[in-house]
Design a protein around this ligand. Structure first.
Ligand code: MRU
Length: 369
């Protein structure tokens, strides 16, 4: 995707030194575009845990490069135990996104058992690059499949702008490129379909205000920022044609964990007959789980993310953090919620649009039967 007209991915090996991995440090967006270098395993661990990178696909790709970094620094006498320990450290950073453990386990399966260190390192690098390339390609395909939904609505509206609501950031910043929820939006925009995006600000971290709005601005797509509680009102007044969100973990039965607040959007969409689609690459599906509410681990982050808010000071244009309420007020911060399959219209994957149930998902991914 484009930043000031230049194409970027969200993670890449440094051009003149591929032992260093570069990322866009998302904590400073949209005000500063900062590229950070990750060189040691601890850099990868804190980049994921402290949300320099975030979003399901990008967390997975970062963890995959983190395993490459671990392979690079494996002491000769430790070998596989070092790699397993690195895997555990990476997986422990954030519990909800399936892509994280999926990518780490894929790396382990690729490199454990290779005795020769140089060969192991080569394999770890190739696997990380493959995971990143696949993530981008699968998101591109999600865009192709989702485009049909937007095209249909546009036809029905005789070319009037299609109003799409999205929550959090499931854009290219949440993946290696394209994004999941935004990929159909970018594809429709490229095709010349008039559209407008309602961007939920997404408290407490404000991924919508800081990231999704910035991405859409970079791509010249008409959009409007709204507070998280506005979606229901807009739906009641016919101002939302379609909701598309991403997912951090989806069960084989079609229950969907996504950023906190998604469930409320799905309820409002159901009540107002607004189609509610979830876009995700198959690396997000947890084929071991059947009941999202009972089984998907929900990340609990620091209450300080609720109590404080950060942004650009209008006084001196510096990035600033301010306390909203009393320092003594207790705050709780669940990162995600689960939307049951019954509230989902369809799941847009890299292989096509599945109904939110086991039979339909398996018809697209029979290898998990
Ligand atoms: O806490 P985050 O920002 O890593 O949460 C991830 C998300 O942005 C969303 O839940 C998103 O919609 C799915 S990830 C593509």
């Amino acid at each position: 995707m484009n930043v000031n007209g230049k194409h970027y991915r969200t993670i890449w090996p440094k051009q003149d030194n591929p032992q260093i991995i570069e990322i866009i440090d998302q904590r400073f967006l949209p005000h500063n575009f900062v590229v950070e270098e990750l060189a040691g395993l601890d850099d990868f661990v804190s980049a994921i845990r402290d949300m320099h990178v975030r979003g399901a696909g990008l967390i997975g790709a970062t963890a995959a490069f983190g395993m490459y970094c671990a392979a690079l620094h494996t002491p000769q006498e430790k070998g596989e135990s070092f790699l397993k320990e690195a895997a555990r450290k990476l997986i422990d950073t954030r519990p909800t996104a399936k892509n994280l453990s999926w990518a780490v386990r894929r790396q382990l399966a690729a490199i454990l058992g290779i005795a020769d260190a140089a060969e192991r390192l080569k394999k770890a690098y190739e696997t990380a690059c493959l995971i990143a390339d696949e993530d981008a390609e699968y998101c591109r395909r999600i865009g192709e499949h989702g485009l049909g939904i937007i095209r249909e609505i546009s036809k029905r509206k005789n070319g009037e702008p299609v109003n799409i609501l999205t929550h959090c950031n499931a854009g290219w910043l949440a993946f290696v490129d394209y994004g999941s929820a935004t990929a159909p939006i970018y594809a429709a925009h490229q095709e010349g379909i008039p559209l407008h995006v309602w961007v939920d600000e997404t408290r407490p971290w404000n991924q919508g205000a800081k990231l999704t709005a910035w991405e859409l601005f970079q791509e010249n797509i008409d959009h409007t920022l709204i507070v998280d509680n506005t979606g229901g009102h807009l739906m009641q007044h016919g101002q939302v044609d379609l909701v598309i969100v991403g997912s951090d973990r989806t069960t084989r039965t079609g229950d969907v964990a996504n950023k906190i607040g998604t469930y409320l959007k799905a309820l409002a969409a159901k009540d107002n007959n607004v189609p509610f689609y979830v876009a995700l690459p198959s690396s997000t599906i947890d084929w071991d789980l059947c009941d999202g509410l009972q089984e998907i681990p929900i990340e609990k982050r620091s209450g300080d993310e609720v109590k404080f808010i950060s942004g650009l000071s209008t006084k001196d244009q510096a990035l600033t953090t301010v306390l909203c309420g009393l320092p003594e007020t207790p705050a709780v911060n669940y990162g995600f919620d689960v939307t049951p399959a019954r509230l989902v219209t369809g799941i847009i994957t890299e292989r096509g649009i599945a109904e939110p149930n086991e039979k339909s998902l398996l018809s697209f991914f029979p290898e998990y039967s």
